[in-house]
Design a protein around this ligand. Structure first.
Ligand code: ASP
Length: 308
């Protein structure tokens, strides 16, 4: 078995240190640590990177602290519409869902899309019908309710304002993601989000778009992004990290630096990404003040962090 590695994120953005009480920081770090432990357990048992990514993201979706699954933001109609995707680096298979409602774990529905639908991306009512047929776990609206997100939405409801997951005091993107390298040398990546507060017209961000928010290829790396989705789509951010490594022969660290600090800023692309290469190198980088993140490298040490 080769070495294994795993990284997770719970969103990037302008996180005001003065609002981060010790209790709040502890809660975030514990939630990130739990996600790492769920994914790491899969890898320790010799499981595939894709299963580790799904397990880690499910833990983050189940936490109300993040804008994914339970605790997703409210759209303009006061509902939750979620996006998720994952990709397997060994054969470039991928699955994704966009604008899905009432699905407890959108990342698992994305996995089922990959495994059983013959498609890569399905959306809206059709995705719900598919979820129902495939017996994906569904929850009523109340399950997804979080008072903090509700207050965020109330400040904007009825206006044309659309915001990433933030209030006036705190601007942050609460999307979640994971990347993993398994003992057989295979890579995988996944991302899950509730998108933007007060979004209309079934707006879809980068998270369910393969190549934009998520990309994995055993030849190079696995990437999961968080930030201003429109910019990440235009930058084809996740695939660009792969392309810089593949075509230019750059290291993971250098490829990530170029995408995060040179290519995204001119497109108003606030945010960051997590990435892992086939040697188990891990890079967690962002161009804003913080990113909820954690990793466990080949040495088996668990780390979590929020600020730089
Ligand atoms: N990238 C996500 C989106 O635009 C937002 C986030 O990262 O929190 O939907």
């Amino acid at each position: 078995m080769t070495k294994t590695a795993l990284a997770v994120h719970g969103g990037a953005g302008t996180i005001a240190p003065e609002l981060m009480t010790p209790a709040r920081e502890k809660a975030y770090r514990e939630a990130l640590d739990l996600a790492l432990r769920r994914g790491h357990a899969v890898l320790q048992q010799g499981g595939p990177a894709l299963d580790a990514v799904e397990a880690a993201i499910r833990a983050l979706e189940d936490s109300p602290l993040f804008n994914a699954g339970k605790g997703s933001v409210f759209n303009a109609d006061g509902q939750h519409e979620m996006d998720a995707s994952l990709m397997n680096g060994s054969d470039l298979r991928a699955g994704a869902v966009a604008s899905v409602q009432n699905v407890k774990n959108p990342i698992t529905l994305a996995r089922i899309v990959m495994d059983r639908s013959g498609h890569v991306l399905i959306s809206g009512a059709g995705a719900f019908e598919f979820a129902h047929k495939q017996k994906a776990v569904l929850e009523d609206d109340l399950y997804f309710f979080d008072d903090f997100r509700y207050q965020q939405w109330k400040e904007m409801a009825g206006t044309d304002r659309v915001q990433l997951d933030h209030s006036d005091k705190e601007k942050k993107f609460g999307t979640v993601g994971a990347v993993a390298l398994d003992g057989n040398g295979h890579l995988a990546a996944g991302t899950s989000t509730g998108g933007m507060t007060n979004k209309k017209w079934q707006r879809i961000g980068d998270s369910p778009i393969i190549g934009a928010g998520t990309y994995a290829n055993d030849a190079t790396c696995a990437v999961s992004c968080t930030g201003h989705g429109e910019s990440f789509i235009r930058a084809v951010a996740a695939h660009d990290v792969h392309a810089l490594m593949s075509y230019k022969g750059l290291s993971l660290q250098e490829a990530v630096r170029i995408v995060v600090h040179e290519k995204l800023p001119p497109l108003d692309g606030d945010g960051g990404l997590i990435a892992i290469d086939r040697n188990g190198n891990i890079v967690l980088d962002f161009n804003c003040s913080g990113m909820y993140r954690g990793h466990v490298g080949p040495d088996g040490e668990f780390h979590t962090a929020i600020f730089r």
